[in-house]
Design a protein around this ligand. Structure first.
Ligand code: FAD
Ligand code: EPU
Length: 337
């Protein structure tokens, strides 16, 4: 394990923000992870665990040790007539895992195609797209405690998954490093085509009896039509969560704004934050080097030279104007550093 000093993090997060790590290391084994955590403890350095950096906004330099997880490996660990269980290293790239599963005809992850980032970060916010969340395929995970260095096992219940939430963002925040994740996949596909434009795109592509690959390609096509490619424009996907509001508040808003999109849930009505931001006049707006994406108002972007502070300020202005117009408080999905 090699620890480097004063490393620019510009290419390590998808926002492309030019902040520095005082110390930086890449680890690919549990032994290296242990050594890195021990080294940080000895020097009393705060630790930042980094995967693909696709859900992080750097607003300051990291005055501690950044540990970039590169633990690899995809293994089938169990099988029965209908399912198979795979164990995947935290440093595997999420989209490459999805492509690997499709190539093996292992079903379940296809709607989650093209989500950036790593496997180890996927349980952090229970990543989701197009009607599927990882909690639907999740079996368990292994994680190292950052203080005791002991390995712990978490099943789905222990992870307390919710919409873009898990115990690792709440009561166990900054306590564990997820080192591997086990998923339960199906040998026969059960397609989820009801969400968004998947069916329309399959039809437009002339697909009548879709394969896993057809569904994946449709999802990729939809995503590419609205989400900016971080290689071209810095971003972290949806900047805010879609808020859930009480049904009574939704009904009142609906009377004034008949086109407001809402999806009933157990706690009330989930409202499309992108719509709220667009209605508040922000879609496509540029403020210097940062702005709101022209094709998807829920995505804040860095055109190149923007800073984390500028994006944070823009996000606060958006929150204030959405609150003033609709009485709804938007909550960030992105992790601020
Ligand atoms: P990072 O950004 O590196 O880390 C995120 C957080 O997790 C940080 O707090 C970090 O410290 C912590 N962390 C990372 N790895 C570990 C680990 N192994 N153990 C403990 N803590 C860890 N998300 C969705 O849910 N659905 C989408 O459809 C979606 N679309 C996106 C589209 C674009 C263009 C972009 C840029 C992002 C999108 N995202 C989406 C958000 C992002 O891809 C996910 O949150 C992803 O899981 C982040 O993975 P990462 O490895 O990049 O995590
Ligand atoms: N909308 C607008 N204007 C906009 C954007 C959206 O009016 O500029 C409205 C439209 O009515 C649209 C609805 O919002 O029908 C939903 O938009 P979209 O289908 O693009 O999805 P989203 O709710 O904005 C969520 C996730 C995405 C995920 C997609 C697909 C959150 C916070 N975001 O976005 O996840 O890929 O659904 O499932 O839940 C992410 O988490 O980073 C992310 C990209």
């Amino acid at each position: 394990m090699m620890i480097q000093e004063n490393i620019s993090l510009k290419s390590f997060t998808t926002f492309g923000i030019d902040k520095k790590a005082k110390f930086f290391t890449r680890i690919s084994t549990l032994t290296e992870l242990k050594s890195a955590l021990i080294a940080a403890k000895e020097k009393q350095l705060p630790v930042l665990i980094l995967g693909g950096g696709s859900n992080i906004l750097l607003t300051q330099d990291v005055e501690g040790l950044v540990i970039k997880l590169e633990i690899k490996g995809i293994q089938v660990v169990k099988e029965d007539k209908n399912h198979l269980w795979i164990e995947v290293g935290a440093g595997e790239v999420w989209h490459e895992l999805v492509m690997h599963c499709i190539a093996q005809s292992w079903a379940g992850l296809e709607n989650l195609s093209l989500i950036p980032g790593t496997v180890g970060a996927s349980p952090m916010q229970n990543i989701g797209a197009y009607g599927v969340e990882i909690k639907d395929l999740f079996d368990s995970l292994q994680a190292m405690h950052r203080e005791t260095l002991e390995m712990h096992y978490f099943d789905a219940e222990a992870c307390q998954f919710g919409y873009r939430e898990s115990v690792f963002k709440q009561s166990l925040k900054d306590q564990f490093v997820i080192t591997s994740v086990r998923f339960r996949l199906s040998k026969t596909p059960k397609f989820h085509l009801e969400y968004g434009a998947i069916r329309e795109v399959l039809q437009a592509n002339g697909v009548q009896h879709p394969s896993l690959r057809d569904v994946s390609e449709a999802v990729i096509q939809i995503r590419q039509s609205k989400l900016p490619d971080p290689k071209e424009i810095g971003n972290a996907g949806s900047f805010f969560k879609n808020p859930t509001i009480p049904t009574t508040q939704f009904d009142t808003l609906k009377a004034s704004y008949p086109s407001i999109p809402g999806y009933p849930s157990a706690e009330g009505v989930k409202v499309a934050a992108g719509w709220l931001i667009e209605q508040a006049g922000w879609k496509g707006k540029r403020v210097g080097e940062v702005g709101v994406h022209a094709k998807q108002a829920l995505v804040l972007v860095n055109y190149g030279g923007g800073t984390g502070e500028e994006i944070k300020k823009l996000s606060e202005q958006i929150q204030a104007s959405v609150f003033a117009k609709f009485g709804i408080q938007l909550q960030a999905e992105v992790n601020f550093i």
